[in-house]
Design a protein around this ligand. Structure first.
Ligand code: FES
Ligand code: FES
Length: 152
């Protein structure tokens, strides 16, 4: 066990953890931030996506010892009032079905729009291909990303 200081959504947290504990465990089990989801635990599904210095990253495969001096953003910190253009577009297009994958989808989409404010269908497919949705909401996700891009 060691103590780590990690910066999440603009706030510093001190946590006791083993160096190889995945950030996802820290978020959910130590800090009680349950918006980020556990899916596969193997960097395959995207449910656990957060931003690591602005880059969409799988928190299930990111050891806590690697995130010090970095800025982590989770779905809880994406906007103050749930009013990020993507969150508004998600509501407008009624994107979620079961909802389980949607945190990861939105975080990956947010990282995409930060890099590329007006992505094509192909660019969206490329950026989002690692985020799986068992409910098959892919078409609505794509439409919502275009809507959010138009609002930015
Ligand atoms: S839980 Fe991290 S990619 Fe699936
Ligand atoms: S909305 Fe159910 S897994 Fe994506």
């Amino acid at each position: 066990m060691a103590q780590y200081t990690i910066r999440i959504n603009g706030k510093e947290h001190q946590v006791d953890a083993t160096p190889d504990m995945p950030l996802l465990w820290v978020l959910r089990d130590i800090l009680g931030m349950r918006g980020t989801k556990f899916g596969c635990g193997k960097a395959l599904c995207g449910a656990c996506t957060v931003h690591f210095d602005g880059v969409a990253t799988r928190s299930c495969s990111l050891p806590v010892s690697a995130v010090q001096s970095s800025e982590i953003t989770t779905i809880e910190g994406l906007s103050e009032n749930g009013d990020h253009p993507l969150q508004q577009a998600w509501t407008e297009h009624v994107v979620p079905q079961c909802g389980y994958c949607q945190t990861g989808q939105i975080m990956s989409a947010a990282a995409l729009l930060r890099e590329n404010p007006s992505p094509t269908d192909e660019e969206i497919d490329n950026a989002m291909q690692g985020n799986l949705c068992r409910c098959g909401t892919y078409n609505r996700i794509k439409a919502a990303i275009h809507t959010a891009a138009d609002k930015k």
